[in-house]
Design a protein around this ligand. Structure first.
Ligand code: S3P
Length: 225
């Protein structure tokens, strides 16, 4: 008797029968404070997919917090760890795991990372906001949740880094402005833009803006420190 194909419990990876289908994942990218970690879980809920923050995978693999990797080993070691974590995640997606993924602000700026995601045929969404709003969100998050980012310096350096990176983000398949919007509004708009199954978006009623909604990082782990 043939066994029914079943998902491996909790992994989100379907059993062999489903492995041939097209890989499915949505990568959220953008600068620090773009809202990747607050929009991501709601979007994932809407799709019935798992949410993943790539920085959390890096921390698990390295057994160190992000700021410790930067502080003790430098940015180049962090970028290598980021690449390795991305490759591992992509192999899971190719095996059938469905994911909404929040990338760290520098991940898609690395050409090789962008190429790996594009070659896998996966959707990328650039969450954009004005640099002043991004700065304000990061400062608020730092004060409220203790999230301190290694590359969050002063406003003028923040602005230069943003301007340098923006053309990379703009290569995403979808670009979406988030200034002044609630998480629920952004998710609803993304559902329409990306063409996701509609009808469930009204169930997300949160009035939280990207700036006020706590992120999983902040809530569970005291931020990136
Ligand atoms: C980084 C952003 C961070 C984190 C790391 C590097 C960057 O993620 O990956 O500190 O280069 O902009 P967030 O964008 O989630 O803050």
């Amino acid at each position: 008797m043939r066994k029914r194909a079943r998902s491996r419990a909790g992994s989100g990876v379907p059993a062999t029968r489903d492995r041939q289908r097209k890989p499915e994942a949505i990568f959220l990218l953008g600068f620090m404070g773009a809202g990747k970690s607050s929009v991501g879980p709601s979007l994932a809920l809407q799709l019935g997919w798992a949410f993943e923050d790539l920085d959390e995978r890096i921390e698990r693999r390295e057994q160190r917090r992000i700021h410790e990797i930067f502080r003790d080993s430098g940015e180049s070691v962090f970028r290598a760890a980021e690449r390795a974590a991305l490759e591992e995640l992509l192999s899971e997606v190719r095996a059938g795991a469905r994911r909404v993924v929040a990338l760290g602000g520098g991940a898609f700026v690395q050409n090789e990372n962008a190429r790996l995601i594009r070659d896998a045929g996966l959707a990328t969404v650039f969450l954009d906001a004005s640099v002043d709003e991004l700065w304000r969100r990061c400062r608020e998050q730092a004060a409220r949740e203790g999230v301190e980012r290694p590359l969050l310096s002063d406003l003028s350096e923040f602005r230069v880094l943003y301007e340098n990176r923006r053309p990379h983000y703009a290569r995403a398949r979808f670009c979406h402005a988030t200034d002044g919007k609630t998480v629920a509004e952004i998710v609803k708009e993304l559902a329409e833009k990306i063409g996701m199954p509609s009808g469930k978006s009204s169930s997300i009623r949160s009035k939280a803006t990207v700036a006020t909604q706590g992120t999983p990082k902040g809530r569970e782990r005291g931020g990136k420190n």
